[in-house]
Design a protein around this ligand. Structure first.
Ligand code: AVI
Length: 323
C-alpha cells in the first residue's frame, strides 16, 4: 500500500486561537504556556530522546507492562473493536496490542502533527496489512468525528498511553476523560497509562536529567515561539527548572528568567522580572485511588490495572459508566 492509499481526516485547528491562548497565558500570573507548544519537529525529537534517558523511567516501564500483559489487555479490548489512539505520535506502544488484535475493525491514530501522523500510519499499515488504518489529524482535546471503518466495529476502545493525562490539570483531565467517553460510546473502553506518585528524588531526576535533554526540550519551546510567532526570546536568558510540588502531586517544569527583560510576541510586549518563572508543564502523578476518582468523574469505571514490579507506573482498563 503506498502513502496515498491512506485517507486522512483533517481537523487541524487554525492559528488564530493558538495565538490568543498564547498571549493570554503570557499575561497571566504566574505566566504560563501550554505544554502542547513543546511538540514542533525538534521538540518531538527531543521528547523521543527523553524517553531513552536512564532517568526517565516512564516510557520503558509502561512498555514493559504492555508487553507483559498484552494478552490480558487484548482480551479486555476484545475482537473486532475500533482502536482509537489519542496523541498517537510514532504509534510505537500500539504495536504490542496490534500484534494481539488481528481482527481489529480498524486502528485510528489521532495526532496533531500531520507529518508524524502520516509517517506512523504508513508504517503501521505496512507492518499490519490486515488492519485498516484511518488517521485523523486533530487536537484530541477538541471533539472530532471518528472515521467509519469498512468493517463494522463491535465497540470503540480509546488507547491513551504515556501518562499524557498527567499533563492536564484536574478539571481539564476530567473534561478530556469525558470527551474520550463520548467518543467511545456506551459500550466503550479505555486503556490508559498513568505515572504513579513515588519517592520525590526519583521524580526530580526524571525531569532534571544529567545530559540536559529535558532542559533543551523546555527551552526549545521559546525557540519555537521565536520562529513561528515572531517572538524574540533570548534563550540564554532563561533557565530550565523542574520541581516536585507535593501538595498538588505534580512535577512542574518552569523556565526562569535570569534577568529583568522584555520580550515581544506578535507585537505585544511582555515584561519579565529577574527570577520570574514561566510555567511550561505540569506532570501530575497519581495513586490508583486518585486516578480512579478522576476517571469516575470523567464517566469511566475501573475494571483492571497492571503495574510493574516497582509500582512506578500503572496501565488501567476502564469501561464507560452506566448513566
Ligand atoms: C508527554 N508527557 C507525559 C511527558 C511527561 O512526563 O509529563 C512530557 C515530558 N516533560 C518532560 N519530560 C517529559
Amino acid at each position: 500500500m503506498n502513502r496515498t492509499d491512506l485517507t486522512l481526516r483533517d481537523c487541524h485547528p487554525s492559528r488564530e486561537p493558538l495565538l490568543a491562548d498564547l498571549l493570554a497565558g503570557l499575561r497571566s500570573r504566574p505566566k504560563l504556556i501550554s505544554p502542547s507548544y513543546f511538540y514542533d519537529a525538534r521538540g518531538s525529537q527531543l521528547f523521543d530522546a527523553i524517553c531513552e534517558l536512564p532517568e526517565y523511567y516512564l516510557t520503558r516501564t509502561e512498555s514493559a507492562i504492555l508487553e507483559t500483559h498484552a494478552a490480558d489487555i487484548a482480551r479486555c479490548i476484545g475482537e473486532d473493536a475500533l482502536l482509537v489512539e489519542f496523541g498517537s505520535g510514532a504509534s510505537t506502544k500500539t504495536r504490542v496490542l496490534l500484534e494481539r488484535l488481528p481482527h481489529l475493525a480498524a486502528y485510528v491514530p489521532v495526532e496533531i502533527s500531520r507529518s508524524h501522523l502520516m509517517d506512523a500510519a504508513q508504517r503501521i499499515s505496512s507492518a499490519y496489512p490486515q488492519i485498516e488504518v484511518l488517521p485523523v489529524c486533530a487536537d484530541f482535546t477538541l471533539p472530532f468525528n471518528l472515521p467509519r471503518p469498512h468493517r463494522k466495529a463491535t465497540r470503540t476502545i480509546v488507547f491513551f498511553p504515556g501518562s499524557t493525562l498527567g499533563n492536564f490539570d484536574p478539571p481539564a483531565a476530567v473534561e478530556l476523560l469525558r470527551l474520550m467517553s463520548s467518543i467511545a460510546g456506551p459500550d466503550g473502553g479505555l486503556v490508559i497509562g498513568t505515572d504513579l506518585v513515588k519517592e520525590p528524588a526519583i521524580l526530580r531526576r526524571a525531569y532534571n536529567d544529567t545530559a540536559g535533554v529535558t532542559a533543551e526540550f523546555n527551552l526549545n519551546m521559546l525557540r519555537r515561539l521565536n520562529r513561528e510567532f515572531g517572538a524574540d526570546f533570548d534563550l540564554n536568558a532563561f533557565e530550565h527548572q523542574a520541581i516536585w510540588n507535593a501538595a498538588d502531586a505534580r512535577i512542574e517544569m518552569h523556565l526562569i528568567s535570569t534577568l529583568a527583560q522584555s520580550v515581544t510576541l506578535a507585537g505585544q510586549r511582555i515584561e519579565f522580572a529577574a527570577g520570574e518563572r514561566l510555567v511550561t508543564e505540569h506532570s501530575h502523578k497519581y495513586t490508583l485511588e486518585s486516578f480512579r476518582a478522576q476517571a469516575v468523574a470523567g464517566g469511566w469505571t475501573a475494571r483492571q490495572v497492571w503495574l510493574d514490579d516497582r509500582g512506578y507506573f500503572a496501565v488501567h482498563y476502564l469501561e464507560a459508566s452506566m448513566v
